[in-house]
Ligand binder design. Sequence first.
Ligand SMILES: [Zn+2]
Length: 530
Amino acid sequence: MGLKELTQSRIILYTTIFLATCYNYAFFVNVLKVYPPQINNIGFLISLYFVLIAFNGLLFSLISNFYSIKFTLITIIIISSLTNYFMNNYGIIIDKEMIANTIQTDAKESLDLLTFSLVLNLITLGLIPSYFIYRIKIVKQSIKKELLQRSKYIAIFIVMIVVLLALFGRHYTSFFRENKPLRYNINPTYWIYSTGAYIGHFLKTENSLFYPIGEDAKIVPQSERKKMIVFVVGESARADHFSLNGYKKNTSSPLDNYEIISFSNFYSCGTSTSYSVPCMFSSFGRSQYSNAKGKQFGNLLDVLANTGEVAILWRDNNSNSKGQADRVAYQDYKTSKTNPICESNGECRDEGMLVGLDQFIASNQDKNILIVLHQMGNHGPAYYKRYPKEFEKFKPVCNTNQIENCSVDEIKNTYDNALLYTNYFLSKTIDFLKNYSSTYDTAMFYSSDHGESLGENGIYLHAMPYAIAPKEQIHIGTLAWFSESFSEKINTKIDTKKDYSHDNIFHTMLGLFNVQTNVYNKNLDIFIKE
Ligand SMILES: [Zn+2]
């Protein structure tokens, strides 16, 4: 099939019209929710479509030349077809954090997202338009002619933007000032902006120095006994789905015979693993924290290591430690090479992380022990993969990663089965600690990294920008268990309904090991004995 010869400016114009028309469903749906069409705003609503075209046309005109234009446009088309799919089906927003998540995701996690409709979407909105762009013959004209024509188009785009913004100024002021979240859905503009922001942020942190903290840290022994704490970093576990917090389905039944402290109003630092996990270990509270600071400054594990009296081990069945275990012992448990409990499909169970811990403890007998277990937990959307068959207690389930094809009840059943397995895993963790409770003060502390949306208002999964994140994504499951001898040294009679957050973890952990250091703030220590 022979395609017409087109000038570069024409290819850019057609592509931007195509992008504005076919890849912005989520954006226009959200705009219409905020601005229901009325006589006085219909002009503004229509103008948005043209501003979108003009803005992208301007952007592409500035960044592409004869040699790069096809590559640039095809890359944008393919990525935009994917962002369009995730925005439409999961209500996901492609911000800086999401780019970080995507880059840090491993192949197995990506496979969980692969569905028939994703492939169909990639073919129709990604590959087919790309093929057309690939086949187009570009008119090769003299540089002078090309520049002249390009300037003409750039001028037209600028005039379009200026005129439309001026014409509907009042509406655009409200659009830019009061309704910031609307722009998160603009495709491809917002993901391009986010990629730039991510790269800028990455360059800034890569070149910076490392600042140790809490170098004065020392442990004040409270008795002859050493302490042994297992800190379980959970995944996507929302508080309101634990029966310990009053959920109607008995998801916490494996913990029924244990004395568990369950915090019913505990909030996460972020809405994604790559933000929340480093924040949990950071001395900065949520208001001061950034991922740049997370990389630059020492963390909780560093401060404990500074005492010289805590042996630290991080085992990971999730993704990685997000830089938190860079300076302590780290073991990858996502593979059957280390994890003895893996399914034939490659899914390794959190329970496998408990096997072989005795050796680590035996070889560190003169020290206190902190073991961090980073769980796979309730990692979505393939919740059905996250538990062995015998945990399929709530039915019917959603046996697919295409959760948009399941009913909300099916999704919740599947999610709850995975949560039941997490509660079982926590009970096994406590059983493990009980074996040591005659020689150590033992404790288990569990906190999820963030929550999860399960279809509320059409939103699924997590990673919404914090400012507009629904409660389901930040209200997280957090539990604690202490051996008798440990309970005597701290205050466990606390108000579990009080608001707590990841901000408390750094100081609470230091308090549990009775560490003295200038970075400890007793006001944030949950179990402090006054
Ligand atoms: Zn997570």
